[in-house]
Design a protein around this ligand. Structure first.
Ligand code: ATP
Length: 217
């Protein structure tokens, strides 16, 4: 299978991290930045590193980016450059353009000019870290999206002696129980009529705020 090709515009902390991770994962990665030092620093880690101003249509066209699988616009502070390169990347026919926004207005503009996905890396990382802290354990929760997670939840005291059918957690607590750990053994097909025991650990999927509340009860 052909390697995926990505172009990353802007080598701030976000762009550098995305570019290096994609390259380490075996993708072809072209990076573009107008800061020569940054281009030198990353050159050994990516496929091509080009020093150019992304608002210069001619130099961008000369890069031949139209066949790339995706573009990452990682320029936060220079609004004009961020918007312009998003337009140029979409016009070049790149199917997936992900752009970093500084604020809501910036995000709106990026979406209007065709960005397929707009991200706020600092804000999103902050939310994820806070959720991990609230859940108390980095290893017993798997984030499925920014809103939903799957995690281990100690059965609440009042649940002991009642079956999943009686408790009706899906309707009452808005969580889905997909497994039960009892005595170190995982049952991924729990019987709806089996009464829960005091030390049961439930594997549940639900909204982060609901899981956090239950975890901290
Ligand atoms: P971080 O990810 O570190 O938070 P940031 O979002 O603050 O970065 P900027 O510092 O604005 O982003 O820019 C990121 C990179 O984009 C810088 O390395 C800068 O040199 C580059 N850059 C800014 N404008 C242009 C441009 N017109 N052409 C090419 N590169 C540019």
């Amino acid at each position: 299978m052909a390697k995926k090709e990505f172009v990353v515009f802007g080598l701030g902390r976000f762009g550098t991290s995305v570019a290096r991770t994609l390259a380490e994962s075996g993708c072809e990665v072209l990076v573009v930045d107008d800061n020569e030092d940054k281009i030198h620093e990353i050159a050994d880690y990516v496929t091509h590193a080009v020093c150019a101003n992304v608002t210069d249509v001619d130099s961008l066209e000369s890069l031949g980016i139209s066949n790339f699988d995706g573009a990452i616009v990682a320029i936060g502070q220079n609004l004009e450059a961020s918007v312009m390169v998003t337009i140029l990347a979409k016009e070049a026919g790149i199917p997936y353009v992900l752009a970093k926004a500084q604020n809501d207005l910036h995000a709106k503009v990026l979406k209007k000019v065709g960005a397929d996905m707009v991200v706020f890396p600092e804000k999103e990382t902050g939310i994820r870290i806070a959720n991990n802290i609230l859940m108390g354990n980095f290893f017993d929760a798997v984030e499925l999206s920014s809103t939903f997670s799957m995690m281990e939840l100690d059965a609440l005291q009042e649940w002991a002696g009642h079956s999943l059918r009686e408790l009706n957690l899906r309707a009452k607590n808005k969580i889905n129980v997909i497994g039960i750990k009892r005595g170190g053994k995982l049952n991924i097909n729990p019987d709806a009529d089996m009464p829960l025991e005091k030390d049961d650990i439930l594997i549940v999927i639900g909204k982060n705020e609901i899981l956090n509340k239950l975890k901290n009860q």
